[in-house]
Write a protein that binds this ligand. Structure first.
Ligand code: GSH
Length: 213
């Protein structure tokens, strides 16, 4: 069985897949693809028609969309299992994955992290309006995750699910900004989750190096 992960070194979604593969101690090959590069090989569109990363290839089976990839890896390597059987916990996990895709990534990564940290690392112009728009969206996103962490069915530091493994890389990027660090302090249950989650070895080992960090 050959697993090939196509990803980009700074991609938070690629990092989610790297974290899950590491948690499963899975062996895989890695191919770097920069989806933002003008000269990205057009052959990559055969793997991912939306020109994004990551994409997983398992022999002839091609899969994109990170939630689908993480579920597939979870079923390929059953131990440890990151999908709980309890209906309520499972629903919360799905809810967190959806909150991440719909709100956390577009606002707290693409707006706050990109314009508050990432672009500066490469001496590229950041847009303060993008940063401000992301920060304005942050309270409702963090509050919804706070309620879930406080409820304790998932994001509880005891039983890890795909929600922990997806949220970790996203939160790590948000926390690279001064604004993110300051804001998270207002959410005690989520802060408690992050204090614990940031020590996960697979998260630390997959952290990309930035030029000025
Ligand atoms: N829904 C996709 C999102 C993947 C995604 O947005 N990846 C980013 C990198 S983190 C990307 O490829 N961006 C390229 C672009 O926006 O042009 C998934 O779950 O995999």
């Amino acid at each position: 069985m050959t697993l090939i992960l196509h990803g980009f070194q700074f991609s938070v979604y690629t990092r989610i897949v790297k974290v899950i593969l590491a948690e499963k101690a899975a062996t895989y090959q890695y191919t770097e693809v920069n989806p933002f590069a003008a000269d990205m090989p057009l052959s990559y569109l055969d793997l991912h028609p939306f020109r994004r990363v990551p994409c997983l290839k398992h022999d002839g089976f091609i899969l994109f969309e990170t939630s689908a990839i993480s579920r597939y890896i979870n079923s390929l390597f059953p131990d440890p299992d990151f999908v709980l059987q309890d209906g309520k916990a499972l629903a919360r996990m799905e809810q967190v994955l959806s909150i991440i895709d719909s709100y956390f990534y577009p606002h707290l990564v693409r707006q706050v992290f990109s314009h508050g940290y990432f672009l500066k690392q490469f001496n590229e112009a950041a847009d303060p309006e993008e940063l401000a728009a992301g920060l304005a969206a942050a309270p409702s996103i963090l509050n919804s995750l706070e309620k879930i962490a406080d409820e304790g069915l998932i994001l509880n530091g005891a039983s890890s699910t795909l929600a922990d493994l997806h949220l970790g890389p996203m939160m790590d990027y948000f926390m690279m900004t001064d604004e993110g660090k300051k804001m998270l302090k207002e959410y005690p249950a989520l802060s408690g989750w992050w204090d614990n989650e940031q020590k996960r070895p697979s998260l630390i080992e997959s952290r990309p190096e930035f030029p000025q960090s």
